[in-house]
Ligand binder design. Structure first.
Ligand code: RIB
Length: 306
């Protein structure tokens, strides 16, 4: 096993809208799609699509979505031995609104994801120990995230933490124990309380995390690219100019693809460049996982842009 994603899955209910209705207003929207999502599952699928052997520790409900979510993970070859159903609970769902500028607004109803416990991490221990990387986000209880970080540290397994959605309750004593901390600009702003308008401000905000002991901070900045900050060094990888249709799940695409290339090469800059291409291609199609490219598409794109 290469990568363990300990995290969320959701059913994405995506409305393509012209504008958000105001209070009391009913508006017609042009289109709707339903798909498999959730930050954890998206990251797992992105890594698996690139060729990684991935396991997922997650929880689904006992509703009509559950079997489809498990079947979807298995379709991508993801190990679901530790994907369990929670009786009497709904699966996680995410109503998403995508506007004509391809920007999204997301609500999450965590459902079964809130029942992923530290004990679930320990139950999966024999298989988790075989992984070379653990990937985490914040759509599951924080104590489960903390146990997974500790588990990684106890077993010498590097940990990537994607602090999404941002939680002010996140304990930085645990963040400092992660190898990679990967926020987007708005998450960085919420977590540091610092402005992130300019690259200099982003650098300064990420710098405060490095001072607190985080080893590598990788900030995804959308069309402005990616900033990698580590002690004494800052690298910026530019984004690719593409025709963006739907940016939902692009951050997850980046993280899953990064995780795969990092386990293969241990080369952070190379992994960021591959993940930047993967994420760029993902925004050219609708949906989250359904927009993720194949290895061939990524290789073709890279040849065309280099
Ligand atoms: O990052 C995008 C994801 O956020 C969506 O798939 C949605 O399910 C929410 O978890």
């Amino acid at each position: 096993m290469d990568i363990a994603v300990i995290g969320s899955n959701m059913v994405d209910l995506i409305s393509y809208i012209n504008k958000m209705p105001r209070e009391g207003e009913t508006l017609e929207a042009p289109d709707f799609e339903i798909g498999c999502g959730g930050k954890g599952a998206n990251q797992a699928v992105a890594a698996a699509k690139m060729g990684a052997r991935v396991m997922m520790v997650t929880k689904v409900g006992d509703d009509l979505f559950a079997d489809n979510t498990i079947a979807n993970l298995e379709k991508y070859g993801i190990d679901t031995e530790f994907t369990n159903k929670v009786p009497g609970t709904s699966s996680g769902v995410a109503p998403i609104f995508v506007d004509p500028e391809s920007k999204n607004r997301i609500l999450i109803i965590k459902g079964a994801n809130q029942f992923l416990t530290p004990e679930d991490v320990d139950r999966a221990a024999p298989k988790l120990k075989l992984c070379s990387l653990i990937v985490l986000q914040l759509e599951i209880p924080l104590e489960t995230v903390y146990r997974a970080i500790e588990f990684g540290n106890e077993n010498g397994i590097p940990v990537i933490l994607n602090p999404a959605p941002a939680s002010k309750e996140l304990d930085f004593n645990y963040v400092c124990k992660c190898d990679f901390f990967v926020p987007n600009e708005s998450e960085l702003e919420i977590l540091t309380g610092m402005p992130v308008e300019t690259e200099e401000q982003i650098k300064a905000a990420a710098g405060t995390l490095i001072e607190k002991g985080v080893k590598d901070v990788i900030v995804t900045m959308g069309s402005r690219g990616v900033m990698w900050v580590t002690k004494g060094e800052v690298h910026i990888v530019d984004s690719h100019k593409v025709n963006a249709i739907d940016t939902t799940g692009a951050g997850d695409a980046f993280i899953g693809c990064f995780a795969h290339y990092f386990t293969q090469s241990q080369d952070v800059l190379h992994s960021i460049k591959m993940a930047t291409a993967f994420a760029a291609l993902s925004v050219t199609k609708r949906g989250t996982q359904s927009s993720y490219p194949t290895v061939e598409e990524v290789e073709h794109f890279i040849k065309a842009v280099v």
